[in-house]
Design a protein around this ligand. Structure first.
Ligand SMILES: Cc1ncc(COP(=O)(O)O)c(C=O)c1O
Length: 404
């Protein structure tokens, strides 16, 4: 008799964004003429840049000729892309990462959800609260957590690290020692960042406790401040304790194209076993490579023209971020994030619950955001707005909110 993986039954309700989509749909059905502005889901809206489009067209033409046709891509990624990443994202920042320590994939979500597979099920995980839900849910599915406790909004056997106004949204070292530590900076959902000194404390802690850090830097392209690290490998010793995830989604508008990568340094070993070998084995078995044309498109963002275009894209969204940040701050809202990240994290007014504020904003201003509590209990009384919208619509959304 077949049995299901009953760990899935521990997952409460639907994924956060399906819940939001259902509420918005219901509102639209009741108010068919409502002009809704969506600043909720973290999806980009700007079209692909010229360099990326040209690379896509050229690579597509290659696929149409026998001499240049490409079949399966190498499991771990084409050399041309891995070298461009190593040179531009790492060597240029003084990080010692070789091309063959980079595993190209179809995006950071798959990788940060799948990475836990190469670790023992009895490892203890530590996550920030609030948190990008994928880290927790993928460990729930694997059976690495206990039951979900409705009253606390937490899973048993998970170390939650509060990220609050008081600690600047950077977690303190936990009292119980974890084996697997998930960190994400610039952070989704708070939009806050960690300084290099504070990240070094985490690296030292992981080395001392033989823990592994999963560092999600999907939003590194949005960093403006000099003292904010773009990669965990800017810290001493990180090659021995950290895995890093990157994405082309928010950097270059690839949410629909799909491309990302994971760095597993060869120095990272547990009991003499290289995690690099395990991840290569896993990747080779379960993944058949990102499409050739998409990898060529990814390579294009590292050309001079590609870099200029990416900067302009990021500037466009960061301009939205300052419109939201300054507009709401001037109107008396308590706002965080938004300086080195495309997310604003605001405290709900009048102590409203996050979902109450969601309904209020949708009902009164027809603006959609994301309730902070959907990212964890510490997100209660907070609300996330994204900078990924159209500039005029973003301005209008802020005007509508300010008028309330
Ligand atoms: C923190 C974080 N990591 C990873 C991802 C997923 O990125 P990708 O589109 O590459 O799967 C997201 C997307 O919203 C994210 O916010």
């Amino acid at each position: 008799m077949a049995r299901i993986n009953s760990n899935y039954l521990k997952l409460p309700g639907s994924y956060l964004f399906s819940g939001i989509a259902k509420k918005v749909q219901a509102y639209k059905e009741a108010n068919p003429d409502a002009d809704i502005i969506r600043l909720g889901i973290g999806d980009v809206t700007r079209p692909l840049t010229d360099s990326v489009l040209n690379a896509l067209h050229d690579a597509t033409d290659e696929m149409g000729k026998e001499e240049t046709f490409k079949g399966y891509a190498p499991d771990l990624g084409y050399e041309f892309l891995r070298s461009a990443i190593a040179e531009n994202d790492y060597a240029a920042r003084g990080c010692d990462i070789a091309a063959d320590e980079i595993f190209v994939s179809d995006g950071a979500k798959s990788d940060c959800g799948n990475i836990q597979e190469i670790f023992d099920v009895n490892n203890r995980i530590a996550v920030c609260d609030p948190v990008y839900p994928v880290y927790v849910d993928s460990n729930v599915m694997a059976g690495r957590t206990g039951e979900y406790v409705e009253a606390t909004g937490k899973f048993k056997n998970v170390i939650y690290m509060p990220c609050t106004v008081e600690n600047g949204f950077v977690p303190e070292l936990p009292k119980e020692v974890p084996d697997m530590i998930y960190l994400c900076f610039p952070n989704n959902p708070t939009g806050e960042v960690i300084t290099k000194d504070r990240l070094q404390v985490w690296v030292d802690y992981a080395l001392k406790n033989k823990a592994v850090i999963f560092y999600d830097s999907a939003y590194e392209a949005y960093i403006r401040d000099e003292n904010v690290p773009h990669s965990i490998y800017e810290c001493d010793g990180a090659r021995k304790c950290a895995i890093e995830f990157r994405s082309f989604s928010k950097t270059a508008g690839f949410t629909g194209l799909r491309l990302g990568y994971t760095v597993v340094p060869k120095d990272l070993e547990i009991d003499g076993v290289k995690l690099h070998s395990l991840w290569a084995r896993r990747h080779g078995t379960k993944f058949n490579g990102a499409p050739y044309i998409v990898q060529r498109a990814g390579e294009a963002i590292y050309t001079d023209e590609g870099k200029r275009e990416v900067r302009a894209l990021v500037d466009y969204y960061m301009n939205n971020a300052s419109v939201i940040y300054n507009g709401l701050k001037d109107a008396g809202y308590e706002v965080y994030g938004g300086k080195n990240a495309p997310y604003m994290w605001l405290r709900t007014p009048d102590d409203m619950l996050s979902w109450e504020f969601f309904d209020y904003l949708l009902g009164k201003a027809q603006v959609v955001g994301t309730p902070g509590v959907g990212f964890g209990p510490c997100g209660e009384h907070f609300f996330r707005l994204t900078a990924f919208g159209n500039a005029d619509r973003t301005k209008e959304a802020v005007e509508r909110i300010v008028k309330l």
